[in-house]
Write a protein that binds this ligand. Structure first.
Ligand code: ZN
Length: 215
């Protein structure tokens, strides 16, 4: 019998101090060479605490989802999410400029949560994922394309593709999503050129169609 949320939370609570804080192990994450911060002065925020129910995500109802207002053909320079490519029931979107050379999101055209994806859409996601990783990793400024399904923000299924800059070993691993916020934003024209490079390869490998004209 898997343990309950209360049992899990009780074990966490037993490890917290009187302020509700967990101890920061100096030999733990602080010692990783990819950890972005200096240890001095850092402490763990109080928590986590068990709440009565999961907070709702955006788009639990389709009418409240961003997919009802997708920016078609919007330039990245506006800061909006621009739809880049569509095919096999999926859409690839370009995130607003950030520190990574390229951040993309793939989502089904239809309003579906992950567990509602048909087998055909799931199979297409596998092909899209492989093609996107290959295309992003072919960018000259990129070594790796991280693939993340997090899903806490929006109920509409979405998978993140985060490019990790080449030859910067400090940016390796899961902290790249933090470094993405710390690094200076890539200029919109650079992000657009990187996105165009990826879309061209995507069309060549998978077909589908570009939906935004990029420089
Ligand atoms: Zn949706």
């Amino acid at each position: 019998m898997p343990e309950s949320a209360e049992e899990y939370a009780a074990r966490i609570a037993a490890a917290q101090d009187a302020d509700g804080r967990l101890r920061l192990d100096p030999d733990g994450v602080l010692a990783w060479d990819v950890f972005p911060f200096e240890a001095e002065g850092l402490r763990v925020k109080p928590g986590p605490v068990l709440v009565d129910e999961e907070p709702p995500r955006r788009g639990e109802e389709a009418s409240d989802c961003h997919c009802t207002e997708v920016v078609m053909g919007g330039p990245a320079a506006t800061g909006d999410w621009a739809a880049l490519w569509e095919g096999m029931g999926w859409r690839v979107k370009l995130a607003p400029p950030s520190g990574s050379p390229l951040v993309l999101v793939a989502e089904p055209l239809e309003h579906l949560d992950v567990d509602a994806l048909t087998d055909d859409l799931a199979a297409a996601l596998g092909r899209l994922q492989v093609a996107l990783v290959g295309a992003v990793e072919a960018l000259p400024s990129v070594a790796r394309c991280h693939v993340l399904r997090i899903g806490d923000g929006g109920a509409h299924a979405h998978v993140w593709f985060v490019a990790r800059p080449a030859r910067m070993p400090q940016l390796r691993g899961s902290f790249m999503v933090v470094w993405d916020d710390l690094l200076p934003p890539v200029p919109a024209a650079v992000g657009d050129a990187n996105a165009a490079f990826v879309v061209e390869r995507l069309v060549r490998r998978l077909g589908g169609r570009p939906v935004t004209a990029l420089a």
